[in-house]
Design a protein around this ligand. Structure first.
Ligand code: BES
Ligand code: MN
Ligand code: MN
Length: 462
């Protein structure tokens, strides 16, 4: 790979400026008030892919937000890499906890990022990581070193369930035909401990509503005599875990694969410092399912969490009231072999059955998706591993992640190819949180590592 490092050095400032421009547009897919910004972001990306050397670039309309598709086909007999990423971002709330405005990117140094990090919503998830691929392509096309074909598919609904992308993928198998899918939308252990994500968890997300009396009541006149939906809801939620933090939904663990002692021992080799982990979160103890380690709890084990709970009076001062309704949003992270639709059904049945007489329960499923595991003996993984060896000087550690990219299992089903997850973010980069950031070093390291993936994948591919 000739001139890679000099190219990156020479264009570093422009690479940063271009990303900063992209980060200024608030492409919040969850909030329809930002519709025009989401669409505008797709157009910017289309433009940038064109400038980076793609020979076809299109905005593909869908029932929802558009998908940016682009490709550069140099020879149909050579392998094809399909790059996937997303240009939408999470809402920035709670906005008052940001040290600088979420859509006015700034570069600041931090303890983990002594070379600086770009602070903005979407910096790491996923505009920064997606844009590394655009710049890696620019390098390969301008220096005439693209060794194979490349396709890009960048969507705008990842943070809200990728519904339009599912529709698009099912209709465009031929257009999207590829030999491997490459995604940078995950993380790695640390800048000096490179890792490749080999697994993603599935997801089932539901909203529950508990209704008691037909109106809010005076809590003195009625208190004690009718079911209070908030009291009941919290009881029902508490009953979803037992004393070992096992989930109590009948059948929930039926499909769950138990890792062998050897596999668990292998996992335990990944560097992890419990004291640092606790210190970074300001907690005096970790908490979770009995007999599993922290790294197991957040990757190979399924979980159930309340994401939000509301109802009754939460304004200033005190109002004595028994509310008519209480609500919660509940997510379950799933592991491979747990079918998300089946789990949603099991949850619904169990939750309805937990409700005592005197309240009514409604469960509304939101989005979901299956988990994914990528084999480490595939050509794609081997190529990625060699690429990291080249640029980090170390063999990357395979690591299952706790996060979800539900569309990945659909890619396998519809496009019949494996996905390689080359993530360059860190857990401390605060994705989905206030003060999200992405290390400048990580951004440039990604741009440096990606071209090597193309080279090794093309060489290893038969
Ligand atoms: N990029 C994340 C997923 C992720 C982050 C996986 C870090 C592994 C490591 C993605 O944008 C995301 O936030 N996914 C959602 C699911 C989606 C259906 C809203 C998630 O994991 O909560
Ligand atoms: Mn993401
Ligand atoms: Mn995300």
């Amino acid at each position: 790979m000739e001139n890679l490092n000099t190219f990156i050095k020479a264009h570093k400032n422009r690479f940063l400026d271009e990303l900063i421009e992209l980060l200024k547009v608030p492409s919040i897919s969850a909030d329809s008030a930002y519709k025009n910004d989401v669409i505008k972001t797709a157009e910017i990306i289309k433009q940038r892919l064109q400038e980076a050397g793609c020979d076809t670039v299109e905005i593909c309309e869908t029932p929802g937000y558009p998908i940016v598709y682009a490709h550069k086909i140099i020879d149909p007999n050579l392998p094809t890499v399909l790059v996937y990423g997303h240009y939408d971002v999470q809402p920035p709330d709670p906005i008052e906890l940001w040290d600088s405005p979420p859509f006015e990117p700034v570069i600041k140094t931090t303890k983990t990022h002594p070379d600086g990090a770009i602070f903005a919503r979407g910096a790491c998830d996923d505009k920064g990581q997606m844009y590394m691929h655009v710049k890696a392509l620019e390098f390969m096309t301008t220096t005439n070193q693209l060794p194979c074909n490349v396709k890009f598919m960048i969507e705008g609904e990842e943070e809200v369930g990728s519904e339009s992308l599912s529709w698009f993928v099912k209709q465009n198998q031929e257009k999207l035909a590829n030999d491997v899918i490459l995604i940078s939308d995950t993380g790695m252990i640390a800048n000096d401990i490179p890792s490749i994500t080999t697994g993603l968890r599935g997801l089932s997300y539901v909203e529950v509503e508990v209704t008691g009396p037909n109106r809010d009541l005076h809590s003195g006149l009625y208190g004690g005599a009718v079911a209070n939906p908030i009291n009941i809801l919290t009881k029902m939620i508490a009953a979803l875990h037992d004393e070992n933090n096992h989930i109590t939904i009948p059948g929930f663990y039926d499909g769950v694969e138990e890792l062998s002692a050897e596999e668990r021992a292998e996992m335990a080799k990944a560097p992890f410092l419990l004291e640092e982990y606790k210190a970074a979160l300001d907690i005096d103890a970790v908490y979770g399912e009995k007999t599993y380690t922290t790294n197991e709890r957040n990757s190979i084990r399924p979980t159930l969490d309340v994401n939000g709970i509301w109802g009754g009076y939460t304004g200033e001062g005190a109002k004595t009231v028994i509310p008519s309704k209480a609500y919660a949003k509940i997510s379950m992270r799933l592991v491979p072999n747990q079918d998300w639709e089946e789990i949603t059904t099991l949850f619904t049945k169990h939750f309805e059955q937990l409700a005592p007489k005197g309240v009514r329960v409604k469960v509304t499923p939101h989005h979901g998706g299956q988990g994914y595991v990528t084999p480490t003996d595939s050509t794609g993984y081997q190529a990625a591993s060699k690429a990291y060896e080249q640029t980090f000087g170390k063999t990357p550690i395979p690591q299952r992640s706790g996060g979800s990219i539900p569309i990945v299992s659909l890619f396998e089903q519809e496009l019949k190819s494996k996905t390689i997850l080359m993530g360059f973010g860190l857990n401390s980069d605060a994705i989905h949180s206030p003060n999200e950031h992405f290390g400048v070093w990580n951004y440039l390291k990604g741009i440096e590592t990606i071209p090597w993936f193309y080279k090794y994948f093309t060489e290893l591919f038969k």
